[in-house]
Design a protein around this ligand. Structure first.
Ligand SMILES: *[C@@H]1O[C@H](CO)[C@@H](O)[C@H](O)[C@H]1NC(C)=O
Ligand SMILES: *[C@@H]1O[C@H](CO)[C@@H](O)[C@H](O)[C@H]1NC(C)=O
Ligand SMILES: *[C@@H]1O[C@H](CO)[C@@H](O)[C@H](O)[C@H]1NC(C)=O
Ligand SMILES: *[C@@H]1O[C@H](CO)[C@@H](O)[C@H](O)[C@H]1NC(C)=O
Ligand SMILES: *[C@@H]1O[C@H](CO)[C@@H](O)[C@H](O)[C@H]1NC(C)=O
Length: 432
């Protein structure tokens, strides 16, 4: 794939051979045990303390090797896995092997599209945040999609299955009989922006769709706002189960609610369309068809811009969680978390949304409370980890790792518009 410009890249296989053996054995054991327990819980296919184990080994100063340990372990022990654990899993659609086949198919089925990671060297970059290639980055992504997939899957947090009841709460009362599900969430300070979004959806989107449902989560509307929204939005207003989730899920500015809602609701629809209250539709009927067509084939459709590099706009702690160096992400522009279309299929649920939600559940990943929200720093020299984009940083990392240099495959063919602060008092039209 890309980002192979490193001229001083270390040979990591050699690097980890000396201390690797003990870890390899521990990880094998844990992997086999957890494969079994995943079966018992019927929730996580490939779960476990593997993650904790790897984090632990990182604390012992080998953190950079996390991906390599995982990869080597899994490669070396395919035979053992095949004996017990894989036999248990083989009929599932979420085994590593099956997900790898799906990823390879997605990566090879489509002609390449313009764009993707830049080839411009950071020395030539004119701003402190634009995507560029760091020629001295010591680490590179594996060129094997299967290895990259395994790295992402190794970050899934087994604790998620204990929040099944919260997920059930999110979807309670949502019928699964619609093809499209339009979803948003709003707190009191975005009430008027949300009204403008609802108006836009009713004007530009709903006339072109059949078989849809429109849902807005109440993240803290006032009782009056809630009342008027229910009356006027032409949508279903749902509660968000704050009380059933860890405390960090109550910090709205961490945006953990977004992966929680999307992961829970995807089960109930064919296509989930996420929109922040600042999102505005402006599309032709034809491109709407092609949007959903692309989404069905490729898994999801989001928008990767060229605004800021993921490496600059993501805190170092998050890269540590993924076992990566920030500079690996230098050439990639960040995605827009404000909108996206997700297809309900095993690959999206297990390889994209579960890892995304796992990051939300983990202390030093998405919800970094001291992180800077503002990414305004524009002056050179360039520096990574200047600010944090929370949900958007995490999903961007997952998607870049999975789709690599073919990232444009999952880019929407038309950009939706984000109009922050575009307000309307649309609900008053009936109430007077
Ligand atoms: C490239 O990455 C290395 C390692 O993180 C860092 O020391 C160096 O400053 C980076 N160079 C540029 C131009 O960003
Ligand atoms: C709506 O979509 C759902 C899910 O795709 C499907 O089961 C249902 O039959 C559709 N209803 C109509 C009226 O087309
Ligand atoms: C909204 O408030 C009105 C008057 O206060 C009340 O009659 C009505 O039942 C409320 N509607 C909802 C959906 O709560
Ligand atoms: C939609 O796009 C057209 C053409 O770019 C533009 O003239 C129009 O103002 C846009 N409408 C909205 C609601 O943004
Ligand atoms: C998994 O999530 C739980 C619940 O939020 C958290 O306490 C734990 O630290 C996470 N585990 C790892 C290995 O990140």
């Amino acid at each position: 794939m890309t980002v192979t410009k490193g001229c001083s890249s270390r040979n990591k296989t050699t690097m980890f051979r000396p201390k690797g053996m003990f870890n390899v054995l521990v990880v094998i054991t844990v992997l086999l045990i957890t494969l079994q327990s995943g079966y018992l819980f019927g929730w996580w296919p490939i779960v476990g303390n593997e993650q904790a184990q790897l984090v632990q080994s990182g604390e012992q100063g080998e953190e950079k090797g996390r991906n390599d340990i995982t990869t080597k372990t899994i490669e070396k022990n395919k035979a053992k896995e095949a004996g017990s654990a894989r036999a248990v899993l083989q009929t599932d659609d979420n085994t590593i092997e099956n997900l790898a086949v799906i990823l390879n198919k997605k990566l090879s089925d489509f002609p390449s599209e313009k764009g993707g990671p830049t080839k411009k060297l950071c020395d030539r970059a004119k701003s402190a945040s634009e995507p560029c290639v760091n020629a001295t980055c010591p680490t590179m992504f594996s060129s094997s999609p299967e290895i990259r997939l395994k790295q992402i899957l190794s970050t899934r947090n087994e604790s998620l299955h204990s929040f099944k009841s919260a997920m059930a709460e999110v979807t309670r009362g949502v019928s699964a009989s619609f093809k499209y599900m339009l979803v948003s969430a709003v707190s009191a300070n975005h009430y008027y922006e949300m009204q403008a979004m609802v108006k836009n959806v009713h004007t530009h989107l709903l006339p072109r769709l059949t078989n849809f449902t429109f849902i807005i989560f109440d993240l803290g509307l006032t009782p009056l706002q809630r009342n008027l929204t229910e009356k006027n939005c032409g949508c279903t207003v749902l509660d968000y189960p704050f009380d059933k989730l860890p405390a960090l899920f109550s910090i709205l500015k961490c945006y953990t609610w977004k992966p929680m809602i999307i992961r829970s609701l995807i089960e109930k629809t064919e296509f989930l369309v996420w929109m922040d209250s600042s999102v505005r539709w402006n599309r032709t009927a034809q491109s709407l068809d092609s949007l959903f067509q692309r989404c069905r084939e490729r898994g999801l459709q989001v928008w990767f811009g060229r605004i800021g590099s993921v490496a600059v706009h993501t805190e170092h702690d998050m890269f540590r969680f993924y076992g990566d160096q920030p500079c690996q992400y230098d050439p990639y522009g960040e995605m827009h978390g404000s909108y996206g279309v997700y297809h309900n299929e095993p690959f999206v649920r297990y390889a994209v949304l579960d890892p995304w939600l796992s990051c939300a559940f983990t202390r030093r990943c998405m919800c970094l409370q001291n992180a800077k929200h503002s990414c305004a720093r524009k002056t050179l020299p360039r520096r990574t980890g200047v600010c944090h984009r929370f949900d958007q940083s995490s999903l961007g990392i997952i998607l870049i790792k999975l789709y690599g240099s073919r990232i444009k495959l999952i880019n929407m063919n038309t950009q939706m518009e984000v109009h922050r602060g575009d307000n309307a008092k649309w609900f008053g039209r009936l109430a007077g």
